[in-house]
Design a protein around this ligand. Structure first.
Ligand code: MN
Length: 345
């Protein structure tokens, strides 16, 4: 048994909306990860079992290794099928917003989602949601949206509807957002849920292989290069910085997802509790940050890079050159230490 966390009022409102809906659209954030896709697929399968006409619409392509998840081939990429995506939103009578807190996080779907008339149910674990929805189930203390979706389904008395495929998708989400249960997983009930999903037939070993241990040779070489030649360590600040230019990415035939997890690697060095990764994109520098302990990278990202996220995992953007971004990151290290590392001195 797991404890009740979701507010009863939100559950009863959601139940009514689901009962009254026949055309359901599920949407998640851009650059969908294992949690966004896993949660969406699980919810779609449940809606299908309830007899709804259901579609998942994602703003842009998702990582290739997520194609192994059951049902992933049915996902509608709005970048490829913009008219169909708009039609689905126009005709929907219920929209699930999964794994994002702000409308801007759905990228090109922002306007369509804003204009959609259908009631919305938000299920998410990012801080301070601003999406206007009829039902808001926001639990930042949960490790993954998939974990929250499991709780949501149990409260709707749909536990028995969770089959092997749904269990596989939910476990994929939970594994993704905890780095295969390496971080953000101190909640003991999380493991009760894992046990239930495995009892339902989820194959954790296959998920580990597909999601965490499948990489192209180019990808491995790019990551090795980044650590060998591009990792700067700032011992005085317990910080590390890796930056990769377009030219460097192209040299290793970079494809989306190839630098996934790279930002975590410097945290393996004893004494490093704050890691920054900068990746040059066509018109901006993408900033990713990770930390250990109570160093709040979400604050650093919102203060300096128009971004945000979780305490230990956050991101943002920098407008300028890669060198300027790296210089800026170095320039705020002492301010960061002063502001956020209070316990050591
Ligand atoms: Mn998530």
């Amino acid at each position: 048994m797991i404890s009740r966390k979701i507010d009863e009022h939100q559950i009863s409102k959601a139940k009514l909306l689901i009962d009254n809906a026949s055309k359901v659209v599920i949407v998640c954030h851009m650059s969908p990860d294992g949690d966004a896709v896993g949660s969406s697929l699980a919810m779609a399968k449940i809606m299908d079992k309830l007899g709804k006409d259901v579609h998942i619409v994602v703003p842009d392509p998702y990582l290739a290794n997520l194609k192994i998840l059951p049902g992933a081939k049915e996902i509608v990429e709005s970048s490829k099928y913009p008219d169909f995506a708009r039609q689905l939103f126009d005709e929907a009578d219920l929209i699930f917003c999964l794994d994002f807190n702000e409308l801007a996080r759905v990228g090109r779907l922002e306007e369509i989602l804003k204009e959609a008339k259908a009631p919305k149910i938000l299920i998410d674990h990012h801080l301070n949601p601003t999406v206007e929805a009829d039902v808001v189930i926001s639990h930042p203390e949960m490790s993954a949206t998939a974990y929250l979706v499991f709780r949501f389904l149990c409260r709707l008395e749909l536990f028995n509807f969770i089959d092997k495929d749904i269990a596989q998708c939910l476990l994929a989400g939970m594994m993704t957002d905890t780095g295969n249960f390496a971080y953000n997983c101190s909640d003991p009930e999380l493991f009760v849920v894992v046990a239930e999903l495995i009892k339902k037939g989820a194959d954790k070993e296959k998920l580990y292989y597909d999601l965490f241990n499948t990489r192209s040779a180019n990808c491995m070489r790019l990551n090795a290069y980044a650590i060998l030649n591009k990792m700067e360590i700032f011992e005085d600040y317990g910080a590390a910085l890796i930056s990769l230019s377009r030219e460097e990415l192209n040299r290793f035939h970079y494809t989306k997802g190839d630098t996934e997890g790279l930002v975590n690697r410097p945290l393996a060095v004893p004494g490093i509790c704050y890691s920054v990764f900068l990746r040059e994109e066509s018109n901006l520098i993408r900033v990713s940050m990770r930390s250990l302990g109570d160093f709040p990278v979400n604050k650093v990202c919102s203060d300096h890079f128009q971004g945000g996220g979780h305490l230990n995992a956050a991101g943002g953007d920098f407008y300028g050159t890669l060198d300027e971004a790296a210089a800026y990151v170095r320039s705020i290290l002492s301010e960061n230490k002063r502001k956020y590392i209070t316990k050591q001195e």
